[in-house]
Design a protein around this ligand. Sequence first.
Ligand SMILES: Cc1cn([C@H]2C[C@H](O)[C@@H](COP(=O)(O)OP(=O)(O)OP(=O)(O)O)O2)c(=O)[nH]c1=O
Length: 208
Amino acid sequence: MSDSPLSSESPDLCLASGSPRRQALLTRMGVRFVTVAQDVDEQVLADESPEVFVIRLALEKARAGLSGRPTPDTPVLGADTAVVIDDEILGKPQDADAARAMLERLAGRTHRVLTGVALVDGEQEATRLSLSSVSLRMIDPAEIEAYWASGEPADKAGAYAIQGLGGVFVEQLEGSYSGVMGLPLFETHDLLGEFGIAYQRHWATEAR
Ligand SMILES: Cc1cn([C@H]2C[C@H](O)[C@@H](COP(=O)(O)OP(=O)(O)OP(=O)(O)O)O2)c(=O)[nH]c1=O
């Protein structure tokens, strides 16, 4: 378990995620949180739709974080992001060849990005789904090589990051920028509201 920059007082929730993007987005909301470890198998099940897959994984990550929370009543947030093209789920690339293949496939086309978010507290469980459409421009092979060499694609679903260098490939986005980045702010706010987590009370005392 590690502390967020805002967690000198008791946290609003635990974030069951090792993703620095999710930590940054939750920090941006002004939520006070601690991170807890989770190690969930990210295999897609037979005949599982992308919608069901991201919600299932978000829930499994959140549930896996329950044992690491600082107090028995701290809620745990989990999320999962998938890039979907031709009804196929693209996860994080295993190596340069996989990243190259993903980017060649995504370039010049429109794909979907789904992020599932789940909040659990040991009794109550709730989920939200964020759906976006992203169109990437054509990307030439030299650009793909240079992009892989930057190190950015390695830990990103679909082998690109809209918030990073990969932003230069994004011609159009319909949906949620934060959802594509890994934690949709609108849906996360909504979930926190359902659990009565009044995190916005911190806004007045935060340096911005
Ligand atoms: C499409 C896209 C994905 N991503 C990232 C978000 C997620 O971190 C990652 C998808 O992998 P996930 O399996 O959703 O998450 P993770 O393994 O990084 O983190 P954790 O399970 O510990 O919460 O891809 C971007 O950062 N930018 C993008 O534009």
